[in-house]
Design a binder for this molecule. Structure first.
Ligand code: PLP
Length: 396
């Protein structure tokens, strides 16, 4: 099939929810490059929206997935597997959490975390259920996580929405404090907002929130679906801030492309779940668990996270140089290899993204006037130079 035939079939049969699909039929990928069906190559600066942390064809990762596929791909959660136990051990050893649950996606991880918050207060015998989230946040597409999401466009078509959620401006501690009532059960935040346009939380903001939660017995949930698993240069973004949440949610890069999500919690919170409270058919099956376990092994190898931090700083610095030369570039935001370039109102992120696409670079227009970069964590400085060079040519 050629490009036109594939687009035609998709138009006929796929639900019309992805408005801006690029005219690209992905065939295969290697390293940090994706190839289309005609052999044209693209530098991937989006990594499947933060999923393909190791890029494509990483030898150790592919071997582990192949070995596991030969052994067993799936078995029910009615049974134990070594792959899942290994993953549990590695996540526990490298985080501040000792209990976890595996799902298939970020939405499901958040959904599970929300259920756990509700259950915690039921067990405590307190009538607290309300969860405060932030404007511009994104927490998923299920009815509950879309309600938690602080962007009207995602929820408006689906009212009535489940009760028990309210949003407040991000990085505004006063507004958050004022929103708290006797019903407040949890505060749920992305330490770095992703879909909202790459906005990192202020250090002081998270510290104040942690102290407030301690004082008022409120659960703090960090959604690290996008910013977790090495993206910031630490395994978890909360480690960059030295602020520990009570629950963390993960997905995306955790499986390096094999679908898996997770929510991890402190024991005191997690142990309020009882048998039957939660479950899944696929979540954490041996293939996904082995993939995630291997991702952790690689990301935690000596020097890996340091290199993410270093490349992130380099990327930021050359974008800063570009900003100095162009009045219509406003600022760089982000941490590690999770960055956005804010454009002035005169520049459309979609148009620039399309021009970069023509030149063989995949980036994302995360907002109308903001470009998002989430490259594979194994991206090279020379690849970053090429992208910024292409951007500079476009801006001339
Ligand atoms: N939370 C955050 C911060 C996300 O960025 C996303 C997806 O972009 C989700 C949750 C939802 O994850 P998924 O698409 O795997 O359901």
């Amino acid at each position: 099939m050629n490009l036109e035939e594939i687009i035609e079939i998709d138009k006929e049969h796929f639900m019309p929810v992805y408005s801006g699909r690029y005219p690209l039929v992905v065939d295969h990928a290697e390293g940090v490059k994706i190839y289309d069906i005609d052999g044209k190559e693209y530098y991937d600066f989006l990594a499947g929206i933060g999923v393909n942390a190791l890029g494509y064809g990483h030898k150790k990762f592919v071997k582990a997935v192949k070995d596991q596929t030969d052994k067993i791909i799936h078995c029910s959660n009615l049974y134990y597997t070594e792959a899942q136990a290994e993953l549990e051990k590695k996540l526990a050893e490298n985080s501040c959490f000792n209990k976890m649950f595996f799902s298939n996606s970020g939405s499901e991880a958040n959904e599970g975390a929300i259920k756990l918050v509700r259950k915690y207060y039921k067990v405590k015998g307190e009538d607290r259920y309300e969860i405060i989230t932030a404007d511009r946040s994104f927490h998923g597409r299920t009815l509950t996580t879309v309600t938690a999401t602080g962007q009207e466009k995602y929820k408006k078509p689906f009212t009535p929405l489940p009760p028990g959620f309210k949003t407040v401006p991000y990085n505004n501690f006063k507004a958050l404090k004022e929103a708290i009532t006797e019903k407040t059960a949890a505060i749920m935040l992305e330490p770095i907002q992703g879909e909202g346009g790459i906005y990192p939380a202020d250090q002081e903001y998270l510290v104040e929130i942690r102290n407030l939660c301690n004082k008022m017995g409120i659960i703090l949930v960090f959604d690290e679906v996008q910013c977790g698993i090495g993206r910031t240069g630490s395994l978890f973004a909360y480690q960059e801030y030295s602020v520990e949440p009570d629950i963390i949610t993960l997905a995306k890069a955790l499986g390096g492309g094999i679908p898996i999500g997770a929510f991890l919690a402190k024991k005191e919170v997690a142990d309020t779940f009882s048998p039957g409270d939660h479950g899944t058919t696929f979540g954490g099956n041996p293939l996904a668990a082995r993939a995630a376990s291997t991702i952790l092994d690689i990301i935690l190898e000596d020097g890996f996270l340091e290199s993410v931090r270093e490349k992130g700083k380099y990327f930021q610095s050359i974008l800063q140089e570009l900003i100095k030369k162009h009045d219509d570039l406003i600022e760089v935001r982000g941490m590690g290899l999770m960055l956005a370039l804010q454009l002035s109102d005169k520049l459309s992120a979609k148009v620039i993204t399309m021009e970069l696409f023509e030149k063989g670079f995949l980036v994302n227009a995360v907002q109308e006037h903001a470009l998002r970069f989430l490259p594979p964590l194994v991206i090279g400085k020379e690849d970053i130079d090429k992208l910024v060079g292409a951007l500079e040519e476009i801006l001339k």
